[in-house]
Design a binder for this molecule. Structure first.
Ligand code: ATP
Ligand code: MG
Length: 294
């Protein structure tokens, strides 16, 4: 092969790899109602404004509400379930959100995948493998708690944003998630966001305390990402069914989202191939796709 051909081929391969790469950020919490969905949507919009192609995947089947927070009403007619049934392609179930973010709502609970027929599993894998066509950053908004479904999304991610509030119950439950993760791996990139703090100092103190305890008792290195202040604009915007980042550009909460975005952008990205994500989401065992948890 001529040197010039080889260089060309290498360039093509690098471009292919880039096209196939995607960064997965899973947003989770121990306690419910601490702000995961609001953070997923508003941070997603902020990241889209700095040029990322963002997909917010609502992995909370029971209480799916990302579309409401994003202002996509009425809710999209189709979701991942239609992909699994082979009725729609991934592109067809994607809804357009504000500022160019894409949304897939009410994704089927991963624990029900255990019962899927091989054909449906293949449809899902095929669907997920199309993600790089629509996004280079996927933000997965999970439900709270320790279910296998949530943990599958946690372990498949490049980065986990663990949300808590300063309330002792939320802190205890956040620690519970870190503990559950620590049984399986010490290597996951977990970043803490303290939401609804009354001051930046209060939020940072909470984050430092959790990080210290996780390091001391679980040997887990947890980083603090930052703080989202308690702000009535958040509740107002939810009631108005519009993201606060758009409705209230001068609000404290919006400034915090900008700051969180900048902090995230300063962390070197380590996108993975989409196949890597799919493999992590499930466990492959020979030709069989085995369910990762439960
Ligand atoms: N920074 C904030 N300031 C004031 N209120 C907030 C803030 N963040 C969240 N809230 C309030 O908390 C409510 C719950 O937020 P959100 O739905 O984002 O939580 P969640 O963690 O996704 O909940 P779930 O566990 O039920 O999915 C919001 O509707 C809003 O009223
Ligand atoms: Mg939620």
């Amino acid at each position: 092969m001529k040197v010039i051909d080889q260089a060309e081929r290498l360039r093509e391969l690098a471009a292919e790899k880039r096209r196939d790469s995607v960064e997965i950020i899973t947003v989770t919490s121990g306690k419910g109602g601490v702000g995961k969905s609001n953070i997923s949507v508003n941070l997603g919009i902020a990241l889209a404004l700095s040029g990322r192609r963002v997909l917010v995947l609502d992995a909370d089947l029971g209480l799916s509400n990302v579309n409401i927070i994003a202002g996509v009403v009425p809710p999209p007619k189709y979701n991942l379930f239609h992909v699994i049934k082979g009725e729609k392609s991934l592109e067809e179930v994607v809804a357009e959100g504000p500022c160019g973010i894409k949304i897939i709502t009410g994704a089927i609970g991963i624990n029900t995948l255990a019962n899927l027929s091989p054909k449906k599993r293949d449809e899902l894998i095929l669907g997920l493998s199309a993600i790089p066509h629509i996004a280079d950053l996927v933000i997965i908004d999970t439900s709270a708690g320790l279910s296998g479904k949530v943990l599958s999304f946690v372990f498949a991610a490049n980065k986990v944003l663990l949300v808590t509030t300063p309330e002792p119950t939320a802190i205890t439950d956040a620690y519970g998630i870190i503990k559950a993760i620590s049984f399986r791996t010490k290597d996951l990139d977990i970043k803490l966001i303290v939401n609804r703090a009354r001051s930046i100092e209060e939020g940072e103190k909470v984050a430092n305390r959790i990080a210290d305890i996780a390091g001391q008792f679980l040997g887990m290195k947890i980083d603090k990402l930052g703080v989202l202040l308690d702000d009535p604009s958040v509740g107002e915007a939810v009631r108005e069914q519009k993201p606060f980042f758009i409705s209230y550009p001068r609000a404290k909460a919006t400034k915090c989202i900008y700051h969180l975005r900048n902090l995230l952008e300063n962390i070197p990205e380590e996108p993975q191939g989409i196949n890597e994500f799919i493999k992590r989401l499930f466990h492959f065992n020979g030709n069989h796709l085995e369910f990762a948890e439960d």
